[in-house]
Design a protein around this ligand. Sequence first.
Ligand SMILES: [Zn+2]
Length: 651
Amino acid sequence: VIDAGRLERLAAIRGLRESIRDGAVSFVAAHQAEIDAYRVEISTGVAEALYALRRDAEDLTGGDALTRALLDQAGEYVDWMQWTFWDLPYYAAVLRPDRVRFRRLVAACGLVYVSFRIIDDLIDRHYLYRGRRPTLLATFTRSDGRGQASEGLTVLAACLLCFDGLSRLLAMSDGGTGDATLRQVVAAARRTLVGMILEQADERDWTPAYYERLIRLKNVDYWRILHAALDPDRSSRLYPFLVEYYTLAQRLNDVQDHSADEPRGQPNLLTILRAPRAETAGPAGRAASPATLAAVEDTIARDLLRMGDMLATLPDDERGVAALKLAESIDEAVRLGLFQPRDRQEPASAAEAPREPLRLLWNSTAEEFLERLGPDALEDVACPVCQSLEHRLLFRKQGFGFRRCGVCSHAFVGPRLRPDVQARIAGELDGLFDDPFLDVQRIQAEYLCRIFRRFARGPRLLDVGFGRGYLMHVAQAYGFQAYGVDSSPALLDRLRPVFGRRLAHADAGGGALPWGAFDVVAVSHVLEHLADPRETLARVRELLNADGLLYLAVPDMDSVQFRIFGKRWNAVSPVVHVQYFNERSLRRTLEQSGFEVISRLEHPPEPASVATRATRLFRQLGGSESGELAMLCRPTSHEAPADPTSDGAGV
Ligand SMILES: [Zn+2]
């Protein structure tokens, strides 16, 4: 059955997305420096406010240990929640508030805002934020162990943060905009509280009109607390558009969270739009029916098209940032499975003629490759790092020679499989074997995200070779907009339901990498597979913002693991890995590709629950569990290298 109305809607949304694309891209390009500058003001302002609050409490209590611990944990939570303010720099780039004043106002409004989030977590019994990060309630519960006392402490911490924010605003009252901000924050906070009460309403009272009131009060007024720092009398042309944007953002959240909200009895758009009501009876009612999804899609399409109309009437700069937010909303809706043609089949590539399978494996020998494919299967190479032809044979494995360069000390396979043969093997074996190494990355993801959050200047993150997607999941929980590419269709299929259009099939070894303007790119355990790592790094550099962050990890030839096991180390695998870096050759590769190293990262010890006896041994011998070489880098600038610790972004 072809639904003509739906097809029309799909076409309209596609047309809208197309029409705003250039505006969104050029807005960010034109305003990147201001956006970054305002973002630095946010982290500085929050750090200053938290420091002052802690110092004041020390004075008041004479250095009481419990108060100190409570404020440390509350401070850490506020610092983490900072990412929820990361929309503001985009609006600030248009509204251009004075930077010092912005810094102080955002910190004050931010404290009030986070205090309400903490109360909300307590009411909803949220122990994990976005499924990952413990909420303040959870932190108190865990560290305190006093049961009900931890809830009391949560309330007290929230009230303290709220009053601290308000008194900061009061101190800035000057009969002008300071007063207006204070008035708006109090009014919005009051409405948010009413919204929190309304959210507790009996399910029988849930109607579409109830839902509209609820999200305006609770979700839009949440944002209004923050927005008061920027636009105290709500006179900007952007304001009415943003009201619509934050309303829609909640609807999209509801689509995402439906399966969690419904069992907990929380009002959700899908529950409310489900028709007829009788459908809710029985456990079968839990999954959204096609009719419900159609109603949701219809509501969201109307929102998007209305925002498109509003956008068209805005002045240039306002239109740019509106295009950016609208494009993000459409992408998010698509990621959630809305506006997709039904029964879409990926068209088979015509260029991909069926070929006789090679039936060779990762541990096949050089001789087997030569036998199956002839002498062209292998290629001879100069040192992939410095191009020198001076190298000596280290050892052989599976009949492949491992060489060390006499000039730069890099080790590599030579002769090696031609890259297209290597890719063909990867294609044939894709999805057939589970790679246990991919699971190791889970242990490090949280640690890495904390580092990214400290050094990144913005939320856009790309994982090149995302594997199981652990880093993407955790990064998303840390407030990053996580994108990923991988060459494995099997891994893409696995993550597609979660990340949708933020995933793309791409081969780091050749061809274009999609998107751009990233704040963080992670290239973890990819480079060792590639014939020409420098070329890939040069393409990665193009995707990064000028002050972006590159995280790079490869197996380390200077590791304890290699020193103990030598060629029996499982990272030594000539069909899969053709490059074998040490710190010196990796630094050289990075410098040649336009990066400067900020630091080598040492991973923290693995928790006892996952570390095996062998991995503990590696650490006792002065190495690390993973035997890897990990670097944090930035693109080389022509100006003096920036010190990442000096801009207030953390450390
Ligand atoms: Zn070399």
